[in-house]
Design a protein around this ligand. Sequence first.
Ligand SMILES: [Mg+2]
Length: 226
Amino acid sequence: MNKAVFFDLDDTLYDTSDFARLARRAAINVMIDAGLPLTPDEAYKLLREIIKEKGSNYDKHFNILTKRVYGEEKPLLIALGMITYHNVKFALLRLFPETMSTLIYLKSKGYHLGIISNGITIKQWEKLIRLGLHHFFDEVITSEEAGVEKPDKKIFQKSLDRMGCKAEKSIMIGNKFSEDIIGALNAGMYAILVNSQLTEDEQKYLEERNIELKVLSNIQDIKKIL
Ligand SMILES: [Mg+2]
């Protein structure tokens, strides 16, 4: 039977914290240079409102932005915004330090590796490919594919089935307690929290259930325990 380590993707293997904001700012500046009649702050605020309304996975934020400003879509501005957004976003897409060496280490120890991610399948694959990680993972499962999001244990069970692995022989590593950790524990897996601190409530949750959770500040510390 396989032993497996599953990872969350966003903010576990790479840092998302700044890059969406910086990419949006850059896109807006290019649109303003091309004639969009707003200040950078006005345009950014409007874009944020549209993203909040439509969700971050909607792909026509810039169309709506020009429509709201001009009363009609402006294709040149939309294309400039989209291209700049993507170029800046992918230029900023970087792994956390020592992520690659940690994955190589786990492979050398005989672990099968998987991704369990809430997100759109093609978008998540695109990030893995751009990060140079796609060959490392035996299975990549997204909430879009599974039909449910973490912490629903069905997405974890589906991942285990695909990997041919038992829950008690597997570990989930992620940065969100409420999604990655709770979901994995409910599915009977081991769990490790990275890049995040436990809140008091979370600590209490674990104590009440007598669960000892490993919390690591860096992904490379996995090498010390696996
Ligand atoms: Mg995450």
